[in-house]
Write a new protein. Structure first.
Length: 545
């Protein structure tokens, strides 16, 4: 099917027609809400830290006591009220958790729970082993251990503003060869509201106890927690990178997050609104580093970028490049175990980047408001380069599916609308620009994306279990009018490499002007909302290797 003119214009219409400039502190999503961040920083901070080493009926561990002491001292230095417990029995651990949850409810504190020791999963539930656990058969696990779900349910009821749960408990089978549970390590669980849940390694895998005074995971965690002005999610991203590289991919920490506000262990001395000029300068520095490393064939430049910008506007692209380089150099990277049937998670997936010549995707474009059909087209892959997927129409994407070039020749700077890893709660940012040589105009736009849920949808190509990706950009155009662009995508990365469906709603808000004759002031009515683009695109059929 021939590429239609409407298709060519529609693909780039987010930037067509007006100059979009990112507006600082304009995001309506809570993650960028400065008021919420200030409340977190002013809230009390309370931690329960547990290190279990001396097990009665399981191998003794050498690191948890040191790990717990190190975490406790670091948290105290960061202003936490800390209760550190070593070698706890079941009743003591249950009582400590009950007291901790009560403190969260009463104080409305920022809470941090850390456990180092033996852990096990059974029937998708995760259990911490107290030192006095006596387990002779599978049925004993629930009676002799402490269910992590009990902690999370208590914190959910407590209603405190934020929780951090860290489980350095993904070690080898503590029961020996004669007693085996069905799955190794701990099970995948989605973080409750306002929580980040962190494991020492990915679900279904195990972590070593470590060779030094601290376990490898906590050794990296202690170092990154002490970095001034490091946001909490950046702390865990740097830990993941450090542990992965140290183990050549044999241990990769994992997190599930539902955090909505920024938090630091060592916050900036003051929070201030970043002006557009300063924000532009910061982005230019990040972009310059990215352009310097983007075509590298070595791992080190991408590692450097990810350590400096763990949540950067090109971090998804950097992670993909690093993965490919390390795979070529022999890294045998572990993967998250399959989670079919797990009721405690909506699962996770990685983007499928294995585009092949001949892959094709037939799509229909409809008016978002009326459902009326506007166009149909087919994108067919004609060439796959090192970092680009070229279609017969002239459309070029990167391996994640991000737009590089429109069929009319307009090119974009690096952008990451699509993530490398899918899990509910994940968020990321991107900023990109394009130049229209014919009009002599350029445009830039900054989006904040979040995976907001998972749902089953039916389109002409069939029914798909999809991650829902939502994006928002708020800014001003070249006339000074406020603009708002909302994107929504349904992605099934385990089945198809392109969007199953996507929606774009783009608006401009024009100030009201007095009527010429009566000179009546209408400003109190608010600006006039004008819809510039309102489309839904659905997958009709696809063919891919």
């Amino acid at each position: 099917m021939r590429e239609s003119r409407r298709r060519v214009l529609g693909a780039g219409s987010i930037l067509a027609g007006s100059l979009f400039l990112p507006q600082p502190w304009a995001w309506v999503w809570a993650q960028s809400n400065q008021e919420g961040t200030l409340k977190l920083l002013k809230a009390p901070k309370v931690a329960l830290v547990v290190g279990n080493s001396k097990y009665k009926d399981a191998p003794e561990l050498k690191n948890p006591a040191n790990d717990a002491k190190g975490i406790g001292d670091t948290l105290k230095a960061a202003g936490f009220e800390v209760n550190t417990l070593l070698d706890t029995g079941r009743e003591q651990l249950i009582d400590a958790i009950r007291t901790y949850v009560r403190a969260m409810e009463q104080k409305k504190a920022v809470g941090l729970f850390y456990f180092a020791g033996h852990g096990v999963q059974l029937a998708w539930r995760n259990y911490m082993l107290p030192i006095d656990a006596v387990i002779d058969k599978i049925d004993d696990i629930g009676k002799e251990s402490v269910d992590i779900a009990r902690l999370m349910e208590g914190l959910t009821k407590a209603g405190n503003p934020m929780n951090v749960i860290i489980l350095d408990a993904c070690r080898e089978n503590p029961f020996g060869k004669d007693f085996r549970v069905e799955h190794k390590g701990l099970s995948q669980m989605d973080a409750p509201t306002h929580t980040i849940l962190a494991y020492a390694t990915s679900p279904g895998n195990v972590a070593s106890d470590g060779d030094g005074a601290n376990g490898l995971y906590t050794e990296n965690l202690l170092r990154e927690m002490k970095v001034p002005e490091a946001k909490i999610e950046d702390v865990f991203k740097r830990v993941r990178l450090g542990v992965r590289r140290k183990t050549n991919g044999a241990q990769i920490p994992w997190e599930s997050t539902s955090l909505e506000d920024d938090f630091w262990f060592l916050p900036p001395k003051e929070l201030r609104r970043v002006g557009e000029e300063e924000k532009e300068k910061q982005f230019d520095a990040e972009l310059a580093l990215w352009e310097k490393v983007a075509n590298s064939k070595e791992a080190a430049p991408f590692e450097d970028y990810l350590r400096r910008y763990p949540s950067g506007r090109m971090s998804e692209l950097a992670q993909l490049a690093l993965d490919r380089i390390l795979a070529r150099t022999g890294e045998r990277r572990i993967e998250i175990s399959r989670q079919e049937g797990n009721p405690y998670t909506k699962g996770s997936a990685r983007a499928d980047t294995a585009f092949k010549v001949g892959d094709s995707y037939s799509q229909v474009e409809k008016d978002l408001a009326t459902g009326a059909e506007k166009d149909r087209y087919i994108d067919e892959v004609s060439e796959v380069r090192e970092n680009e997927v070229v279609f017969k129409s002239g459309l070029i994407l990167d391996l994640l599916g991000n737009l590089i070039q429109l069929p009319d020749g307009r090119r974009y700077t690096a952008r990451q609308d699509q993530p490398l890893e899918y899990a509910v709660g994940r968020s990321w940012r991107t900023r990109f620009s394009a130049k229209d040589e014919k009009r002599g105009r350029s445009a830039s736009l900054e989006f904040e994306f979040r995976i907001t849920g998972k749902e089953s949808i039916t389109v002409p190509a069939g029914t798909f279990d999809c991650f829902v990706v939502e994006g928002l950009a708020v800014g001003t155009n070249d006339l000074g009018y406020r603009t708002e662009t909302r994107l929504k995508r349904w992605m099934a990365p385990d089945r198809v490499r392109r969007n199953v469906a996507r929606e774009t709603l783009r608006k401009v808000f024009v100030p009201r002007k007095p009527k010429p004759a009566a000179r009546i002031d209408l400003s109190h009515l608010g600006p006039i909302e004008r819809v510039l683009e309102s489309v839904r695109v659905e997958l009709v059929a696809f063919k891919q290797s």
